[in-house]
Design a protein around this ligand. Structure first.
Ligand code: F6P
Length: 497
């Protein structure tokens, strides 16, 4: 589908950033905004006043209002799987039935958390959370970002199918007082089931008489968890319509609720709901997720950007880039539109790291390389560390990098020349707490959704992950069975597997 506003977005010239600031005196006020204790600054992107003026028309042409209404009403926004996207129901938006069912399931989750805290499983000092992809990245981000220096409970996350990962994960846990939480939407994922089995053996080996009794399953397929021998009373269910990468709002976060406390989990949902209202009701020119998506599309469709980088200038948000990788790449890394037509350009590669570490490792390319890579800085204004001077320096560095990318510095010596005019977005949280983190993650979800709608993509399926799993299964039966190429057969022989 090609529309006139889309063609304009793809073909318009990009005015240099420094000129935009000269030409648009109100640029800062128009391209900054605040929601739920988070300040967003998009002024160092190439969005200009004229482009923002076209946004209502572009959104209309691409069907944003209808798609967003369907998302918030619990309509079928994932047509290739015939499903709604029920993660919003977890924070109170959607079809009444889905919202009620999410609330009832959350009550059950809460009852289980209360029971664990009251000692129903004996003295519990640690959790081994087993899951992969969306069944681990969200809770790991929450626990890492919010548990501070004195966590209520020891938590280890185990995802990879690698004995090394297993050994490291259990090393810090006492089997006598550890609860195993197995999170898997499908409860068929090979890594998770193998790791669950290994955890059972680990508990049994440590003399735990009833290892199964220490397992809590979180899944959208309770029958599969029952079949794996987990008692109904220890299965927490979430909706089939909640995608894995959108599942941290559901019982998948039971580990986070145990580590951070129930109130923190509720505040997370409230922060997300605040961002939901902003995305749903703000006019296009003030809608931060939509404006960010407009910038994303400007760089992808117009300037051919193939990657975007996110740097957390706060150690507590170290896991944010990997969380966003799954959210953005699994959602929008597609080659066809929702109706099956080829799309020329879809999601760029999301990558990133932590500032200031990244400055001393990869920023050379961002400042002087040939690729256009829009950068995002995520920082926290309030310092909760023991070293306020460090925090000041950290923020100075984040802001300096954005300024340097934009401003550049001309030199007659080509090696020392900084061309500048390189875009960035800065996101500054007043403080890092469950509410702001919930709102931040919801902002990224809505931006991903808005990008998908603008590109005409279904962000809620992920068929691309299946083929590799299928071939791995066949290879398990031997290279002959998999009927594979000489290169793969030779690798099998070389590894003697
Ligand atoms: O293979 C990709 C994927 O299906 C992700 O979409 C998902 O988050 C992850 O695997 C884990 O799946 P499950 O929660 O069903 O174990």
């Amino acid at each position: 589908m090609t529309t006139s506003a889309w063609t304009d977005l793809s073909n318009r010239g990009l005015t240099p950033l420094s000129t935009l600031f000269e030409q648009e005196p109100d640029r800062l006020s128009r391209l900054t905004g605040e929601v739920a204790g988070i300040y967003f600054d998009l002024s160092k992107t190439h969005i200009d006043a004229k482009l923002v003026e076209t946004l209502p028309g572009l959104a209309e042409e691409r069907g944003l209002s209808a798609a967003r209404d369907a998302l918030f009403a619990g309509g079928i926004v994932n047509p290739t799987e015939g499903r709604p996207a029920d993660h919003l129901a977890e924070r109170g938006q959607g079809a009444a039935g889905a919202v009620d069912s999410a609330a009832a399931r959350r009550e059950r989750m809460r009852a289980l958390v209360d029971a664990i805290e009251a000692g129903a499983f004996g003295d519990i000092t640690g959790v081994l959370h087993i899951g992969i992809g969306g069944s681990v990245l969200g809770p790991a981000l929450l626990v890492d970002a919010l548990s501070g220096t004195a966590p209520r409970i020891d938590v280890s996350f185990l995802s990879n199918i690698d004995g090394q990962a297993f050994d490291r994960a259990v090393e810090v846990l006492d089997p006598a007082t550890t609860l195993v939480i197995a999170a898997s939407k499908t409860f068929t994922t090979a890594e998770t089931l193998s790791n669950l089995q290994a955890a059972m053996d680990w508990l049994r080996g440590a003399g735990i008489a009833d290892p199964q009794g220490r397992v809590i399953a979180v899944t959208a397929a309770p029958e599969a968890a029952l079949e794996a021998g987990i008692d109904d009373t220890r299965i927490l269910q979430f909706s089939e319509g909640v995608g894995g990468r959108y599942s941290l709002w559901s019982a998948v976060s039971v580990t986070a609720a145990l580590a951070l406390g129930w109130t923190a989990f509720e505040e997370l949902l409230e922060g997300a709901a605040e961002m939901d209202r902003h995305f749903r009701y703000s006019e296009p020119g003030k809608n931060l997720a939509l404006l960010a998506a407009l910038a994303d599309q400007l760089y992808v469709q117009n300037a051919g950007a193939q990657s975007r980088a996110v740097f957390a200038y706060d150690e507590r948000l170290e896991l944010l880039p990997s969380y966003l990788q799954q959210l953005e790449m699994e959602s929008n890394g597609k080659s066809v539109s929702v109706t099956g037509e080829a799309v020329e350009r879809s999601a760029p590669v999301t990558w990133g790291g932590v500032g200031t570490d990244a400055q001393h490792a990869v920023f050379q390319l961002l400042h002087q390389g040939t690729a256009l890579i829009p950068v995002e800085f995520v920082a926290v204004a309030e310092d909760e560390s023991s070293l306020p001077d460090h925090h000041r320096l950290l923020l100075l560095n984040a802001f300096a990098q954005g300024a340097a990318l934009m401003r550049g510095k001309p030199s007659d010596d080509p090696h020392r020349n900084y061309a500048g005019n390189r875009p960035s977005i800065t996101i500054l949280l007043d403080r890092l707490d469950p509410r702001t983190l919930g709102a931040l993650i919801a902002f990224y979800e809505h931006r991903t959704f808005a990008n998908a709608v603008l590109m005409g993509i279904n962000p809620f399926d992920q068929f691309g992950v299946e083929l590799g799993k299928e071939i791995a299964r066949k290879l398990g039966e031997g290279a002959e069975a998999a009927d594979l190429d000489p290169s793969t057969r030779a690798l099998m022989e070389r590894a003697a597997i």
